[in-house]
Design a binder for this molecule. Structure first.
Ligand code: PGA
Length: 264
């Protein structure tokens, strides 16, 4: 596990966008796992910038999003379909047929639909690089605390903490969704490379538990300790409860010296 400590969200988004761009340069048909949420806005802004400068081609990239709210149609202003369109897809040349986001409008046959989502990932060749945020409760995707560490794409009931965090994005009186379709922790762990981004003190406890705590279903992101190629990129505030910050800095220096490919 590599922990990259940055000053702020701007530095984090730039570094994440650079890593994604290098991965696409190395493999133009990259299968890219995408996330939504405030932390991702800057990353997508930088990717759009690189595309507009002519240095990043998405024409062969396949994208697979982590999750979507159950009950929200793609056109809903709070759907993750809408988020992705607004922040990335409308501005780059990803082919529509290469975009995969769980369908929030399905009703019934959830298991069958979720199995077909997993099939789509497999058919694409598996996820090369998965981008992740983290919830205050340690969730990745919408894998709320106590999610099985072997879980696959499925219907998930959202936790109280997540409902509270989300309610600010919905107008007063507008009910926020109580469930979501999300890739499972097992699905995420099969990605070849994982990049988790976090900013702010509200994420500090979840980040510390994920990196330095025991592996537990009470903190979904702690399952990433089982993955051979995970990079956390976090700001000083999100890193504030980590006890081994100096060690992570030394690891980073040595990585830059000995295996710089891991950082580009
Ligand atoms: P955020 O969401 O980027 O809006 O903080 C992260 C998450 O809940 O996964």
């Amino acid at each position: 596990m590599l922990v990259i400590l940055k000053r702020d969200g701007e530095e984090i988004s730039l570094q994440a966008a650079q890593l994604i761009a290098s991965a696409i340069h190395r493999k133009p048909a990259l299968v890219l796992g995408l996330a939504t949420g405030g932390t991702m806005v800057g990353v997508y802004r930088h990717l759009v910038g690189l595309h507009k400068q002519g240095s990043l081609d998405f024409s062969r990239v396949v994208t697979v999003n982590l999750d979507e709210y159950l009950g929200l149609p793609a056109a809903h202003s709070r759907s993750f379909h809408h988020f992705m369109h607004e922040h990335l897809f409308a501005h780059v040349n990803v082919a529509t047929r290469n975009i995969h986001i769980p369908d929030g409008t399905i009703s019934g046959n959830y298991d069958q639909y979720c199995a077909s989502y997993e099939d789509a990932i497999r058919t694409a060749g598996g996820i090369d690089l998965q981008l992740l945020g983290i919830g205050r409760n340690g969730h990745i995707g919408f894998n709320e605390p106590t999610s099985s560490l072997a879980s696959r794409t499925r219907l998930k009931v959202l936790s109280k903490e997540t409902l509270d965090d989300n309610s600010k994005f919905f107008a007063p009186g507008q009910e926020s969704p109580r469930c979501a379709i999300t890739m499972g922790i097992g699905t995420i762990l099969e990605a070849r490379k994982v990049l988790l981004l976090a900013t702010g003190t509200s994420k500090a406890a979840a980040v510390a538990k994920s990196i330095e705590g025991p592996i537990t279903s009470a903190v979904s992101a702690s399952a990433l300790q089982l993955h051979p190629d995970v990079t956390f990129i976090i700001d000083d505030a999100a890193a504030s409860q980590l006890t081994q910050r100096d060690y992570y800095r030394r690891v980073l220096e040595m990585t830059a010296l000995l295996t710089p490919d891991r950082l580009s």
